[in-house]
Design a protein around this ligand. Structure first.
Ligand SMILES: Cc1cc2nc3c(=O)[nH]c(=O)nc-3n(C[C@H](O)[C@H](O)[C@H](O)COP(=O)(O)O)c2cc1C
Length: 159
């Protein structure tokens, strides 16, 4: 595994490489793995259309920042200059509602769809997405909001 990682990932990657990607790719550019307000600011400065707050599911570093906690500070920092996406620990529709309430434009899922995939292949993935959708609606009903635009940070208590 270590050999594979050394072959796949270039530890010398820097913002010049991001500039090169930006110049080469006219479509939307999303930078994944952002874990600080400073990095969020820098990737937006270098042309990212969206920052993806992610500690890659916390699978490598147990104590990496939790994206849901970091989120409001990043929103304050970059305002509406770029979209903010988030992943890591999204296992229910209520998690998605919490992320949107704290300032995210979108969430991604890793394990949640993989569990569905393992249980039932493509049908299992569709079922996992259906469950998330149902939970989003139920959570919003319980909160008494009619649209995601009404969600506010006050709707969420993390601890
Ligand atoms: C089996 C597996 C392999 C992954 N491999 C990568 C990877 O190569 N690069 C990467 O950026 N993230 C990788 N991730 C992290 C996901 O892209 C995503 O950030 C993470 O799964 C989100 O957290 P969640 O699983 O709690 O939803 C992997 C996740 C899993 C479960």
């Amino acid at each position: 595994m270590a050999e594979l990682i050394n072959a796949m990932f270039d530890p010398g990657l820097d913002y010049e490489d991001l500039d090169w990607v930006r110049q080469s790719w006219p479509g939307k550019l999303v930078v994944k793995g952002i874990q600080s307000t400073e990095d969020a600011r820098d990737v937006v400065k270098h042309g990212a259309d969206a920052v993806l707050l992610s500690n890659h599911g916390g699978r490598q570093l147990d104590r990496a920042p939790t994206p849901l906690e970091l989120l409001p500070r990043v929103r304050d920092e970059i305002q509406e200059e770029a979209e903010i996406w988030l992943d890591g620990g999204i296992l229910s529709g209520a998690d998605i509602v919490a992320a949107i309430a704290r300032g995210a434009d979108a969430c991604l899922i890793g394990r949640a769809y993989l569990y569905g995939l393992m249980a039932g292949g493509e049908r299992g993935v569709r079922r996992a997405v259906d469950i998330l959708r149902t939970e989003i609606v139920r959570t919003m009903q319980l909160l008494g909001v009619r649209s995601t635009a009404e969600l506010r940070p006050e709707h969420v208590t993390l601890r």
